[in-house]
Structure formats: structure tokens, C-alpha cells
Design a protein around this ligand. Structure first.
Ligand code: ADP
Ligand code: MG
Length: 731
């Protein structure tokens, strides 16, 4: 029947149509006719297709839906489907098939299928679908607000879900004019902008968008025109810029405020660019140094900085740049009138967004008044320093030791006399406890007195021994008083005399005084004794000449001799007298010693001791020979008495530094310290048969010769050294 149809009507069409025309059996759905177009489009010979199932060549993924369509469609009538069809080379391509049931006697016998190649169209379509899908995905998920506006009436065609930012639902917006959402104030310009976008194809605009509640948000929108043959749309992507707008606004107002501040400030604000050129000066510069801002603009103005301060100024600025830190300096700046004003500058560097150095900002302030005050303070200070120096000089020129200590007895100040007297340096004393410098035996006493002083208890003057650096002891006489600061005792000040020499002198004085008294007594006694002795002597001489006593003459002469001897002793005793006249003559001391030597040696020999002479080459001295003999005899006798049997005594003379030293050295046990002070005191003797006059006479002789005695004693022996000064002797 089909063939009849084909034969009688469609055969011609089928054979020449560029579309595929196939005929399938209604029941088996197998091909019973395939048009030649099959060859052209699919590559199959029509014969190859005969007997094949209609779904045989459909893409496996599409088969199911095509079959469903087929089943359902055949009952309805015409069906159509787009699906992928296999070609002979195995590739698939998109086709559109139309199926027409061909009925005969009310019953479908065949299906006529016309298949058309829609591959190109389909590909374009899916590509579009894909990109559309992609765009939708982006737009629906973007934070930016995306919409599509009809370029003809500016109505919304699409709005992305992010439009909920404005509290509108999509359906409320679609079909609405986009102008409804634009702030009244921005509408006219928005219109111009849109027109412009359409003309240019794209553009952007910042404007306020109204929310549903009437409030607005700042938007920045970018639009692009899309035109096709039948439509013209603008895709608009908008962003909420209220935050940046606010920052911008804040920045602007802060800038304005900054300018307002700097313009009205007393301080001068100067900004330099990275080349050190001024690019802003606040108007107050006029008041500060007379220049108008315009004059200072676009220059470094370094010449206005006082030349003495210029290098420092540059140095500080460079430092600020290098260290990226704020700086402060003072310098003098030239006023238009020519004089200089003292300015204080506080500066900091300016950086751009990327933290790169772009310049400096400085605030200059007039500190002339302060400088003057400072100068005044400085003068006051120098006055104070002057006073301080004066006081120091006073302290250092004091003949007394003066020092202060704090409540812990630590020394806080010492004057020059103290350091000179003790041999310690100022550094060695300050901070040390005063007790460190006190003789151990006196420490307890000093500690308790110092404590009392800090308790403001009145203390009498007292004496104690100070220890010098070289181990020497000084006897000091102390007077101190507490130091009061703000009503509180914070320490004490001590003034003390070194009375070591004084004490020595005192004992010397006592001794001299005794000698003096003794001398006077001696002179008196000698006189009183000599008178009767002269009488007795006279009578004895008379008697000796008398014939009657010729037998007894021998006795009488002995008596006269003895009386003369006694007179001699008294004469010796008179040596102690104060105003004894010395008979000085230039002579060699060595000669005196040699003259005496046999006598002394005999004396020594008798007691089993030896005398050794060590006589150096010495100049002549002015001496009273008799007295020096006496001196030597007395010293040697004491030395022999001190030296044990078998020992020796040396008599030494030396010439040393314009002086002649006469020393008598023994090998005795030495003289205890405490005794040395007493030596020379008349009648001081440790010997049973001693007179205690030997040394007293020596001291007198030494004194009359303006010589000095030095005693050096140790347990292995004592040396008495008399130092005669050549110069004072001969002048
Ligand atoms: P005298 O010899 O009569 O005792 P001096 O005046 O000569 O009196 O001496 C006084 C004292 O000094 C002596 O008793 C003795 O204790 C002491 N003295 C003097 N010379 C020495 C000496 N070389 N060694 C030890 N002691 C001495
Ligand atoms: Mg003696």
C-alpha cells in the first residue's frame, strides 16, 4: 500500500528530497523503505537499512526517550523528536525526526519518518545553554548584583538573587523600570549614563540605590550592551560601595578637618615631598617668621635654618627617613626681619599605601620664650654651680678633715685634706663605711658615738685613730653634727683635726718643760752646792799649804781632787740648763769619734762587747765638741748596756742629702713603742742603777745643734740616728 502511496504521490518526493524519508512497519518497527538521502546524510545505502529496527541507529542514551515518545505519540498521531543518530562511520549527529502514522482502514500499518540534520543548530544551542547555565551560576552566586535590563524601556529582564540586598524579591523587580530603584537625585544622570552606555556599548556609574524601606545604598555599576537581531539588553553588574564611600567621606572630612586644624593652628605645619621640597605650609608661618605660605612653597627653604644648626637639621631629617621614625629637634630659623627665632620641630615621615616613603611632615613651634627661660635657668644654674664650686674650694682649702656620711655610716663626701691626709682617693672613700677607716680598737667607741649623733644626741669632741692607706695611724680630734634634710636626720658632717703631730709636740713640750724645770733646779742646786764646795775647797787648799798639816797633805790633795770631780759632775749636770751657751766650731764629727774610740772600746771590752766604726766621708759641721762627745758617750753607753755579751755596737756616719747622719746601732731587745714616747724624759730609766738623765742630756744637745733624732727600734736591735743639717748649720 505504501508503495502505492509512494508510487502514486510521494515516491518522487522521497527519492529526490534532501531529507531522509524512511518507512517502518507499524508492528515490528523495522525499516521497509529508506530514501537515497540516507546515503548522503548517514552514509548508509538504503538497502543496508531495510529490515533494521527504527531505534537501532539512535544514540543509546536517547533510545529510551525516543521509544517512549514513539509509543505515546503513535496513539496520538504525529510525533517529533530531537536525538542523536549514528552515521555509518560510527559518529553521532543531531537529527530531528517527524513520524507520521499512516493509516489504512482505520488501522495504522506503517510509520513514515522524515529525518532532518539539525546538528549545527543543536550544537549552537547546547553551547548557548551551557554558557547561559554558567552565567546563571555566576550571577546567582555572586555577591555583586547582576541584572539584565531591556535597553529599549529600561525594565528588568533578570535580577540575580543578590538583589535581596535591597529587600526586593525577584518577582517584584521583573518588568519594573530600573529607574524606580535609583535615588531621585541620581536619576537624571543615570538616564544620561544609560544612554551613553548604549551608545558606547559599556560604561560605569556611581549612584544611590533605594532599598525597599526607602533608605539608600551607594552602588557602583558597570554595564554592557548586548545586542541581537531581535533584542537589545544591558547587563548591569553592581557593587555595594557604601563602605568605601563612607571611608572616602571620612577621609575627605578628616582631610578637611586636618586642613582646618593646620590652617588655624599656632604651630606651623610644613609638609615636604620626597625631594625635601615644601608642598604645604600652614598660614601660621606668617605669624611665626613673617613669610607667607606662598613664598615658602616649592622650595627647600634650607637657607632659613641658622647655619650653625643646618647640618644638625639635615642629619635629624635623614635620620627620620632612614629609621622611619618620628624626630624632634630645636633650631633657629630666620625671620623675614632678619633675626632668628628658636623653633622646636616635631617631624615624622609620610608613607604611601605601599609603605613607601613619600615625604615628611613637620610641626614647628616658637620656643623663643622657653629658650629664654632656659637661658635664665642656665644662668641660675651656673650661679648655683659657681656657689657649689666656691663651697668645694672652701672645703678643699680647709685645714681640717671634713667628710659626711649617711644614715648607714657610708661616706658621701670627703674634702681634699681628708684624701691627702689618709692617702686614699675620693673614689676609695666614698660609699665606704666610716668605720673601715677607724683603728680597730676605736671602732666600737666611734660606732656608738656616730649612732648617738644620728639620734641627735649632743656629743663632746673626742679623739680616735684613723688608718691611712700606708698603714700609718693618725690621731684625729672629732667634731661632728647631724645633717638634717626636710626635718629628718639623713647623716652627719664631721670636721676633724689631725692631732698626731700636736700630740707628739705636746709630749715633747712636757718633756722640755720638765727639762727646763730640771735645768733651773740643776742651776740652783749647782749654785747652792758649789758655794759651800768652793769654801771647803778654799780651806782645804789653805790647809794643804799649812806646815802643820804637811803630813796629811796627801789626804788633803785627794779631798781637793774629789771636790773638783764633784764640781765637774755638777758642771755636767748644768748641761741640762736651758740657756746653756753652745760653743760651735766647724769640725769633723769623724775626728771626734776617733778621739773617743779607744775609751769607748776599753769600756766595751771590759764588758765583753765590741765597738765597730763605720765612718763615711762627711763634711765638716758646726759643733760644740764637748757636747757632741757627751752625746756620743751617752748613746754608746746605752747601746752597750742594751747589747748582750759578745754582741757589738756600730757607730756609723753618713753623708746624705745635705745632711750628716750619726747612728749608734745596738743588738739589744729593742724599745717598746709606748716607751719610745717617754725617752728623754729626765729620770726616766728602766735600769736599777740608771739615772734617767743620759737621753735627756742627749735631747738637749740635739736641740741646741738644731739636729733631729730618729729612733728605729725592733726586737733585734735599736738604732739612734742624729741628723745634722749641713745647710742650716753653716748659715
Ligand atoms: P739610763 O741609761 O740611766 O737608764 P737614759 O736616759 O740613758 O737613762 O735611758 C733611759 C732609758 O731608755 C733606759 O733606762 C732604757 O730603758 C732606755 N734606753 C736607752 N737607750 C736604749 C737602747 N739603746 N736600747 C734599749 N733601751 C734603751
Ligand atoms: Mg744611760
Amino acid at each position: 500500500m505504501l508503495f502505492d502511496i509512494l508510487k502514486f504521490g510521494y515516491n518522487f518526493i522521497a527519492e529526490y528530497s534532501s531529507e531522509i524519508i524512511d518507512v517502518f512497519d507499524r508492528d515490528s518497527l523495522t525499516c521497509i523503505y529508506a530514501s537515497p538521502a540516507n546515503k548522503k546524510i548517514l552514509g548508509f545505502e538504503p538497502e543496508e537499512l531495510i529490515g533494521q529496527h527504527c531505534l537501532e541507529l539512535a544514540h543509546p542514551e536517547d533510545r529510551e526517550f525516543v521509544q517512549e515518545l514513539l509509543q505515546e505519540g503513535l496513539t496520538k498521531g504525529t510525533i517529533s523528536a530531537e536525538y542523536r543518530h549514528r552515521k555509518k562511520d560510527g559518529s553521532y549527529f543531531w537529527v530531528e525526526s517527524w513520524g507520521y502514522p499512516i493509516k489504512q482502514a482505520g488501522q495504522t500499518d506503517y510509520i513514515l519518518v522524515i529525518t532532518r540534520d539539525i546538528h549545527e543548530r543543536k550544537l549552537a544551542e547546547t553551547a548557548l545553554q551551557l554558557s547561559e547555565k554558567r552565567y546563571r551560576l555566576i550571577s546567582e552566586n555572586a555577591r555583586d548584583l547582576i541584572c539584565v535590563i531591556d535597553a529599549k524601556n529600561f525594565k528588568y529582564l533578570y535580577t540575580s538573587p543578590s538583589y535581596n540586598l535591597l529587600d526586593y524579591a525577584e518577582e517584584e523587580l521583573l518588568g519594573q523600570s530600573c529607574f524606580n530603584l535609583i535615588h531621585q537625585g541620581d536619576r537624571p544622570l543615570a538616564f544620561t549614563k544609560l544612554e551613553e552606555w548604549i551608545k558606547k556599548g559599556w560604561g560605569s556609574y556611581k549612584y544611590r540605590v533605594l532599598k525597599k524601606d526607602g533608605s539608600f545604598i551607594w552602588f557602583e555599576s558597570v554595564g554592557r550592551l548586548f545586542e541581537s537581531s531581535d533584542s537589545s539588553e544591558i547587563i548591569v553588574i553592581s557593587r555595594d560601595i557604601s563602605e568605601s564611600k563612607r571611608v572616602e567621606e571620612a577621609l575627605r572630612s578628616s582631610k578637611e578637618r586636618f586642613r582646618e586644624i593646620t590652617d588655624n593652628m599656632l604651630d606651623v605645619i610644613v609638609m615636604f615631598n620626597r625631594d625635601g621640597v615644601v608642598n604645604y605650609v600652614s598660614p601660621s608661618c606668617q605669624n611665626l617668621f613673617g613669610y607667607s605660605p606662598e613664598v615658602l612653597q616649592a622650595k627647600t627653604n634650607l637657607e632659613l635654618v641658622h647655619f650653625e644648626d643646618r647640618s644638625h637639621f639635615i642629619h635629624v631629617v635623614n635620620q627620620a627617613i632612614r629609621k622611619q621614625s618620628p624626630v624632634r629637634l630645636e633650631f633657629r630659623c630666620r625671620h623675614t626681619r632678619g633675626y632668628y627665632v628658636w623653633l622646636e620641630a616635631a617631624g615624622n615621615i609620610l608613607v604611601d599605601d605601599n609603605n613607601n616613603y613619600k615625604g615628611l611632615v613637620f610641626a614647628f613651634r616658637d620656643i623663643e620664650a622657653r629658650k629664654q627661660a632656659e637661658q635664665k635657668a642656665l644662668t641660675n644654674e651656673s650661679r648655683v654651680i659657681e656657689q657649689y664650686n666656691f663651697l668645694n674650694t672652701v672645703f678643699d682649702n680647709m685645714n681640717e678633715f671634713c667628710y659626711t656620711y649617711d644614715e648607714n655610716y657610708n661616706i658621701t663626701f670627703v674634702n681634699k685634706k681628708t684624701t691627702e691626709g689618709t692617702g686614699y682617693s675620693r673614689e676609695e672613700m666614698i660609699g665606704q663605711c666610716i668605720l673601715d677607716f677607724v683603728h680597730p680598737d676605736d671602732r666600737e667607741m666611734v660606732r656608738s658615738l656616730a649612732r648617738q649623733r644620728l639620734q641627735n644626741i649632743d656629743i663632746d669632741r673626742y679623739e680616735h685613730r684613723l688608718l691611712c692607706k700606708n698603714g700609718q695611724e693618725l690621731l684625729v680630734h672629732i667634731k661632728g653634727s647631724p645633717l638634717v634634710n626636710n626635718g629628718k636626720i639623713t647623716g652627719a658632717v664631721i670636721v676633724c683635726d689631725d692631732i698626731t703631730e700636736y700630740k707628739k709636740l705636746q709630749s715633747e713640750m712636757t718633756r722640755l718643760d720638765q727639762m727646763h724645770t730640771l735645768g733651773e733646779i740643776a742651776a740652783g742646786i749647782a749654785h747652792e752646792i758649789r758655794n759651800p764646795m768652793t769654801t771647803v775647797n778654799g780651806f782645804l787648799q789653805l790647809l794643804a799649804r799649812d806646815e802643820d798639816f804637811s803630813e796629811k797633805k796627801e789626804y788633803l790633795e785627794i779631798m781637793i781632787e774629789e771636790l773638783n770631780r764633784a764640781n765637774g759632775i755638777i758642771g755636767e749636770f748644768l748641761n741640762l740648763a736651758r740657756n746653756k751657751i753652745v760653743d760651735l766650731e766647724a769640725c769633723q764629727i769623724n775626728q771626734i769619734i776617733r778621739f773617743l774610740a779607744p775609751l769607748l772600746q776599753a769600756d766595751a771590752f771590759l764588758s765583753d762587747r765590741t765597738i765597730i766604726l763605720k765612718l763615711g766621708d762627711v763634711p765638716d759641721l758646726l759643733l760644740d765638741v764637748k757636747e757632741i762627745r757627751q752625746l756620743i758617750i751617752n748613746l754608746v753607753r746605752n747601746a752597750l748596756e742594751a747589747t748582750p755579751r759578745g754582741g757589738m755596737v756600730e757607730i756609723i756616719t753618713q753623708h746624705e742629702n745635705k745632711a750628716v747622719l750619726l747612728s749608734v746601732r745596738d743588738q739589744g731587745k729593742g724599745i717598746p713603742d709606748e716607751m719610745i714616747e717617754k725617752l728623754g724624759t729626765p729620770f726616766f730609766s728602766t735600769k736599777d742603777d740608771g739615772t734617767g738623765l743620759g737621753l735627756a742630756i742627749c735631747y738637749g744637745i740635739i736641740e741646741r745643734h738644731k739636729a733631729k733624732l730618729h729612733i728605729d727600734s725592733s726586737p733585734s736591735g735599736t738604732t739612734f740616728t742624729v741628723k745634722f743639717n749641713c745647710q742650716s748649720q753653716l748659715t
